[in-house]
Structure formats: C-alpha cells, structure tokens
Design a protein around this ligand. Structure first.
Ligand code: BTN
Length: 328
C-alpha cells in the first residue's frame, strides 16, 4: 500500500495530491493515508504536507525498491517484478526459496542488507545496510545445465557495462570478480536447481560494494576488497546502478538465449580482463600451477599457456586463479 501511495505522489510530479483523493483511490481511510505518509517519511522520502492541499513529494531516497529502480528500467521482463526487503539473510537464499515455489522468470530480489551474505566457496559476503547493491535474479532458461556457468560471464559483463554508464572503468578477474583500481568491488554467485539435463531455475546473485567506507570492510580482506565510493571518491546512486546492471544483463542474456552464444559478453570480458597477458597461479585443490592467461574462449573458458608452450582450457568453477604477486 505504501508503494501505491508513492506511485500516486510520483505520478503527480511534485504537485499536491489531497488526502481525500488518495483515500478514495486506494480505498482506505485518511488516517491510514497519514500513517503511510509518516512511514514513507521515516524511510527517507521527503514529502511536504499541507492541511489544505494534501501531500507532495519533494525527493526520493536511494533505496533498492521496485518504485525506485523500475522507472530506470528499459527491460522486457527482468525486474518487472522486484521483491524488496529491508533485511535478509541472503538474496540468493530468498530467490531460491521463491523460485522453488512460484517465482517467475525475471523476478529480482533486492535487500538493503544481508546478515548472512554468501560468497563463492562457502565464504561470507559482508553486506552492510544501505551501502551496497545486494540483488539476485530468478531465471528459467531452456538450456542444458552445462551452459549455466556462461550466465556468470554474462553477469560480469553486465556489471562492467552498467558501471561504464556511470563513467566507472572496471575490470574482470575471470570469471566473476569485478575490480576497480586493483581491488574487488563486486562478486557474482550463480546457483542452480534442476536435474541432469533440465534446469528448474538459475539464481544469479550480484553484490556490488557501492558506498561502503573503509570501516565497513573486514580488516583481513582490506588489501583485496574495496568499494566504488572508496575507489572513485563518488557517492553512488545505488538505484541507478542497479537499474543499469539489470538493463545490461537482460540485453546480453537475451542475445545468449537467442543465438546460443555469449560472444558479446565475452568480448566485454576480454576487453576488460585484468588477467590476460599476466602470469597466474591456477589452484585446484592441493595442486598449483603457473601459467600465462593467454585468452578467454568464446565459450568462456580461460586459456592458460604453460612454459612448455602447451595451452589448456580452464573451466570456471574448477579452479581458483591468483596473480603471481598477490591477488591479481
Ligand atoms: C563472490 O565473489 O564470492 C560472490 C559474492 C556474491 C555476493 C552476492 S550479494 C547478493 C547475492 N546474495 C548472496 O548471498 N550472495 C550474492
């Protein structure tokens, strides 16, 4: 209902809307309208109230709600349903829960904070309130499960494309870390449910450290992790960046579904790769090898070239890649 009040105030573009009009249109009492307005003001909306004229919206907060993100979307279906939470354990967990029931293809789950945000390999993902973009997409592609890792490359390319709309130049550490000034500012966690040859759903979780301050970053990862605010000095409008990433993702994902190829995403991954041409360590359980990151194939495998000149394709998820000197 609060969402409906905000939509009507926004429809009127800063002009006054009477309490009576709101109460008739929404079929609730004027006292109820007053309570919704009070609660909206508490969540950061600046709304002017006049006993004679009613209410008018002055400004909206930077929230990851449907009301704040949707006006910036140009998608056909992704984000048409945005389910927003103030707090969650993990948007990926919530998305999986919703997907296992009725969650439609293209539904986006957002949260202002995650108290048990999940990273890859069972790691924790620190997700403080109002400071980042914590979102997960529910997808139901008709593809074979073997192709699901390609969706991570699409997401990485979409984040880089979204950041470029804000004039931020970002790099990809194959396959799923987004890097600015040599530090990780975003991670992607793709999960799926299905059977050997049939997918029920895929959940793509994207965590962007937008406005975290140094104090928000755990000390044990401070040399590797950062935020867009720290690296660029600019406060990020989270709703705009979230919308840009959703827009870019749908465009690249649709190209994949229509053509079966992730060529366009891989082109972005290659152009913005932080690894290509560098010496890397390929870590596979206890086993470690050194190679040069020579290329990324059109299918998304990393092509490693070894000192004897041989080349091998590395599949994401199989290994962990480190730069020879530290993180990159
Ligand atoms: C990684 O780099 O290890 C992946 C991090 C993924 C974090 C995002 S935040 C939104 C979504 N929900 C989660 O619990 N994890 C992903």
């Amino acid at each position: 209902m609060k969402e409906d009040v905000i939509s009507i105030l926004k429809e009127n573009n800063g002009s006054y809307v009477s309490g009576q009009y709101l109460s008739i249109r929404l079929n609730v009492s004027r006292t109820a309208i007053w309570k919704y307005i009070k609660s909206l003001k508490e969540s950061g909306y600046i709304i002017e109230s006049s006993s004679k004229k009613g209410y008018r919206i002055i400004s909206s907060p930077d929230l990851l709600t449907s009301d704040e993100i949707k006006p910036h979307l140009i998608t056909k279906y992704l984000g048409h349903e945005i389910i927003h939470f103030d707090t969650l354990d993990s948007t990926n967990n919530k998305a999986k829960d919703i997907a296992s029931k009725v969650g439609a293809n293209g539904t986006v789950i957002t949260s202002e904070e995650q108290v048990s945000g999940k990273g890859r390999l069972g790691r924790q993902w620190v997700s403080p309130k109002y400071k980042g973009i914590w979102m997960s997409y529910i997808l139901r592609p008709h593809i074979e499960p073997i192709h699901v890792p390609k969706i991570t490359h699409i997401a990485a390319a979409a984040v880089v494309a979204g950041l470029s709309k804000l004039n931020i130049n970002a790099f990809i550490k194959w396959p799923n870390d987004i890097i600015v000034n040599g530090k990780k500012i975003c991670g992607i966690l793709t999960e799926m449910s299905g059977e050997i040859n049939c997918i029920d759903y895929v959940v793509v979780g994207i965590g962007i450290n937008a406005n975290l301050e140094t104090i928000d970053i755990p000390t044990d990862i401070i040399d590797k992790a950062s935020s867009l605010l720290i690296e660029t000095g600019k406060l990020i409008e989270r709703k705009i960046l979230a919308a840009e990433v959703i827009n870019s993702f749908e465009e690249l994902y649709e190209k994949f579904l229509n053509s079966g190829s992730i060529k366009d995403s891989i082109e972005i991954c290659r152009k913005n790769s932080i690894l290509l041409g560098k010496e890397i360590r390929i870590i596979n359980r206890q086993h470690e090898e050194t190679a040069i990151a020579a290329d990324i194939s059109d299918e998304g495998e990393l092509i490693a070239e070894f000192s004897d000149g041989t080349k091998r394709k590395i599949i994401s998820g199989e290994v962990s890649i480190r730069g020879l000197k530290g993180y990159i």
